[in-house]
Every structure is written in structure tokens, then in C-alpha cells.
Ligand binder design. Sequence first.
Ligand SMILES: [Zn+2]
Length: 199
Amino acid sequence: MDDTIFDEETEEELLCYVEQDEEREVDRLAQEFNEALQSDISAGFAESELEHGALIVTFEGRTFILPRVTGNENSIPFRVLTEGGTGLAANSLSFEHVVGIIHRHPPSDLSTLSARIGDDAFNRGPSTGDLATAETISQLGGGQNVATYIISPDGDLLEYEGYVQPSWARESYSDDEIKELIEAATEANLLDAMGDCIL
Ligand SMILES: [Zn+2]
């Protein structure tokens, strides 16, 4: 007699849904951030060529997102993101309250179309610097559950889990290999940001 209640695949699905349930509010805030940002970019209230981001925090049982900050074309300086005018300190918060980091990668400004397509594909994922930022925030008290959300140059919201993933980013792959891995990961990351699982 087979007393296994769930096969391995079903158990994996259940674990995914448990995790999505815990993340629901963080996902919702990330989606709202993206919607507001896209509409501000369309209306000319936010610069399309710059990076924009925010921290998502939990404090006394409430989850909320700090005001949006703007960086330069390539990054948002760590101090601007964490300790700028609207950062953690200004809100009497510290790193242990951080549960998510969201930022947008602007469209490529490289000179040829093929280079722009490649650059934009690469920018669907976190950069080495993004992973270092997530890792630093985790080490400073954010723990293992800091969600990294990337808004792609064409406005998709993708979620990359914690600083320990994607593990490929910690090894020395070529840019082409990383692009392939990002493309393979895209569907799961899109669904993850929407609180859904691949079934
Ligand atoms: Zn980035």
C-alpha cells in the first residue's frame, strides 16, 4: 500500500504556494511601485534614462514601501537607497526591517539595435552590484528573506529570491551564458513577482 500523500512535485507546488502566501503583501507593494513608476515615466514625471528604486520594509507587523529614490543611469548608490532623504534612518528603521529591494533598469542606450537588445535582455536580471547590495543588506540584519525585484527596461516586474540566488551569479560565467540563464529563469521570476507558481 502506498502511504505517500504527496508526490515530490506536488510537495514542491505546495511549498511554492506557502512561500507565495508569505510574500503576497511584498509582491503587491512591488507591483504598485512598478505601476506608479511606469505611469510617471509615461507622463514625464520620472526620467526614463535613470534608475529608480525603493526598499520594502516590515515594522511592527505592517509591511510598507519607502518613498521612491532616483539614482543615475547605471545604479542607485547604496547610501541613496538605504540612508538618503527618504531612506531607513529618516524613517527610524534599520536593515533588520528590510524585506525587499526594488529598482528599475533603464532601457539601453547602446548605439546599435542588436547591442541594445542584448543589453536589455541582460538587464532583466540583477547585476553583480545588485546581488552585492542584497547580500550586504542581508548581512547588516535583513536576514535571508530579502526579495530582489527588478523592473526590466520594458517594464516587466521580475523577482529574484534573496542574495543566495540565482546561484549562477556567484560563479564566473560569460555574459552570453548569463543571458541564457536569465532568459530561462524569466517565466518563473515573472510569476514569482505576481505571487504565482509554475505548475
Ligand atoms: Zn540593478
